[in-house]
Design a protein around this ligand. Structure first.
Ligand code: GLC
Length: 483
């Protein structure tokens, strides 16, 4: 697709209208958890739980239109699937134009080292990237399809860094990030998932796999082979983050969940075989078969929400920094203070925060993103000590005071957290301490000033001294309580 610059701008503008609302096709948490038994997996989950803060990226040719990732080619009548722009009149015409975005995708500013530097400075410790979203476009050099970044039809294929997934994984591995491959089990480009003989009706496979087992087996092999490529040619991969929860064995459907009731057919892709292969190449691989409760959902993934209690299993909130998973021009990004407050909340409940950024069509992030990450980094340098290697501790929070506890030492961290930069510092802060009776020392991270405190109710009351430096008195601060 080639548009004149003015038409292009108008199109982008029109597309972004109405996209500020978050689409509601969200996955929610699984009902019950089955802990893995493989010691290497248990070990890796424990390590991952200490990292707390990760980077998520949704990226593909769709970023050129600034539209929702994949969903606009899904023939469901929902707000988030709505087609916009010049090709939207007919479904077929739109899908063709959408798939044709492959032929103009050329993110020449792509420079993953710049992203790692910003993420690392912000205190992020792991990264999950969309190697393939539901639309089926592979952001890696797969041999299974030519609908991919390295195919000759994609202009970026002639770039020395064309195998985008490999470049991103390498860059983050080098800086000791844990690395996760987001991979959509559903593939709306693959003719063994959406068989062109029938029109697609919704997000699901468009024929009955029980009736056409050969076709389904081809799809299973394709999926297996693609994942095998990712598990063998891309260095150390720690997490296989599998989306498209409707691709699942029928007996795992939870009819209490709206979107799962729409799944008509058995869509078993043999996760056992995929996991065994994955772990052969990547010992301890964490499998995240989202929402499919069972042995392959090693942690749960509440989406765009923070559970209001600690969960009894390992978990991660995935959330957008802007309003969309994919890049939208002039998206409104959360402030540094909002991100910090989210992180505190999540960590005090024992979870990890996976914060999403959508790279733009030129191959870089919106400048606002760097600014936000910088702010988070400044705060983390002082207060990160209370975030990493911590566990949740009762009573978890009281008012706007949130607790974490160091895994190994007798230390509790109490965060006073505002939702924005305008936190009004009180003259004293009450820190609930549950069963801890003997407090030895209380400090404010980032300050050497001595604090006065006394026992009060079920914890302590700390007086805030006058004249604390502005770098400590931000939207959130952390008291270190040694007992
Ligand atoms: C939602 C969106 C999907 C996105 C995912 C990330 O399920 O539908 O497009 O990849 O969130 O968690």
């Amino acid at each position: 697709m080639k548009l004149k610059p003015t038409i292009y701008l108008i199109t982008i503008f029109a597309y972004s209208l109405g996209l500020t609302r978050l689409h509601a096709q969200q996955h929610h948490m699984s009902a019950s958890y089955q802990a893995p038994t493989d010691p290497a997996v248990k070990q890796k989950i424990a390590e991952w739980q200490d990292l707390k803060f990760g980077l998520f990226m949704h990226w593909g040719p769709y970023s050129q239109w600034g539209v929702v990732e994949s969903w606009s080619i899904c023939p469901e009548d929902e707000g988030w699937t709505e087609r916009r722009g010049p090709h939207s009149e007919t479904y077929e015409g739109y899908k063709k134009a959408y798939e044709n975005l492959q032929t103009t995708f050329n993110p020449v500013k792509f420079n993953p080292e710049k992203w790692v530097a910003a993420a690392k400075n912000a205190g992020m410790k792991y990264m999950v990237f969309t190697t393939k979203h539901h639309d089926g476009f592979s952001m890696f050099d797969t041999k299974q399809t030519d609908y991919k970044i390295t195919d000759g039809k994609t202009p970026f294929s002639s770039n020395p860094r064309a195998n985008i997934t490999k470049e991103i994984f390498n860059a983050f591995q080098k800086e000791d990030f844990m690395v996760g491959a987001y991979f959509s089990k559903a593939d709306w480009h693959n003719t063994d998932y959406w068989w062109p003989y029938f029109p697609p009706k919704d997000r699901n496979v468009n024929y009955d796999p029980a009736k056409y087992p050969e076709r389904w087996n081809k799809f299973k092999d394709f999926t297996f082979n693609q994942i095998e490529e990712l598990m063998t040619g891309y260095g150390k991969v720690d997490i296989l983050w599998l989306d498209g929860g409707w691709v699942r064995p029928r007996n795992t459907i939870d009819t209490a969940i709206d979107w799962q009731r729409g799944i008509k057919f058995e869509q078993d892709i043999d996760m056992g075989k995929i996991a065994a292969m994955g772990r052969k190449h990547q010992p301890g691989l964490i499998m995240v078969d989202r929402t499919v409760t069972g042995p392959f959902e090693n942690y749960t993934t509440p989406e765009q929400e923070v559970p209001d209690q600690p969960l009894s299993n390992p978990w991660e909130t995935c959330m957008t920094m802007g309003n969309s998973w994919s890049y939208v021009p002039d998206d409104k990004y959360k402030s540094s203070a909002e991100i910090i407050s989210l992180l505190i909340k999540v960590v005090s409940r024992g979870g990890n925060l996976l914060m999403n950024i959508g790279p733009g069509p030129d191959g870089d992030w919106d400048p606002a993103v760097y600014e936000r990450l910088n702010g988070v980094g400044d705060w983390m340098k002082i207060n990160g000590e209370g975030i990493y290697n911590s566990v949740s501790v009762a009573p978890y929070s009281k008012g706007n005071v949130y607790l974490t506890k160091n895994k190994d030492k007798p230390v509790i961290y109490a965060f006073l957290s505002g939702e924005d930069e305008t936190l009004q510092w009180p003259s004293s802060v009450d820190i609930p301490l549950g069963n801890i009776k003997l407090v030895k020392q209380v400090r404010l991270l980032g300050s050497s000033q001595k604090l006065n405190w006394k026992k009060e109710g079920d914890g302590i009351r700390v007086m805030i001294p006058q004249g604390l430096s502005k770098s400590v008195l931000t939207s959130a601060a952390c008291f270190k309580v040694t007992y």
